[in-house]
Design a protein around this ligand. Structure first.
Ligand SMILES: [Mg+2]
Ligand SMILES: [Zn+2]
Length: 185
């Protein structure tokens, strides 16, 4: 899953744990998916590191806060993966093209390899087409949460075409539940 605008309110380049708020329907949707046997991983672009807006170490606070909010809702997050790079950053160590920045699928592949996850039985959920492309490139099924309809207007084709479009996280969870082969996971 993408983080900003998907699980939590999108505050651009935020690394302040105090500003992290779960979006409506997220806790409930994840509990339902968890009861089907799904494990949950965050895959997030954090170009704020490459752009010098915050230090890479600050992301530990973000992960901890998100872990805590989900845990308090009865949900376990199995992994938190981020890309700190950006080709046009200002912090030398992070300025480079990479395979982990979505729409590339590197973070999903890394999580799957580390945790023995079958990507073909997995879903990528996000709020922009870069999330969809990363998921499709990794071989996942994909859900685009596009409540305002902005993303779908950019044109859906090739890797940038989601398996399903939802208006909210709750709807995304329901679509995944409806399209999960029972006994497979
Ligand atoms: Mg997002
Ligand atoms: Zn990267």
């Amino acid at each position: 899953m993408d983080k900003d605008g998907t699980l939590i309110r999108d505050v651009p380049y935020n690394a302040d744990p105090g500003k992290i708020e779960l979006l409506a329907g997220v806790a409930d949707g994840l509990r339902k998916l968890g009861s089907l046997g799904y494990s949950f991983f965050v895959v997030t672009n954090q170009a704020g590191v490459a752009k010098g807006y915050f230090k890479e170490e600050a992301l530990a606070g973000v992960e901890n806060r998100l872990q805590q909010l989900l845990h308090d809702s009865g949900v376990t997050l199995s992994g938190f993966y981020y890309c700190p790079h950006h080709p046009e950053g200002t912090v030398q160590a992070y300025i480079r093209p990479c395979h982990c920045r979505k729409p590339q699928p590197g973070l999903l592949v890394e999580a799957a390899e580390a945790c023995g996850i079958n990507l073909g039985d997995s879903w990528m959920v996000g709020d922009i087409l870069d999330d969809v492309e990363a998921g499709n490139r990794a071989g996942c099924k994909t859900v685009l949460i596009d409540g305002l309809g902005h993303e779908r207007r950019k044109g859906l084709s090739g890797y940038r075409s989601p398996s399903y479009i939802a208006d909210s996280f709750s709807e995304a969870a329901d679509l995944i539940i409806k399209n999960t082969g029972y006994g497979k996971i």
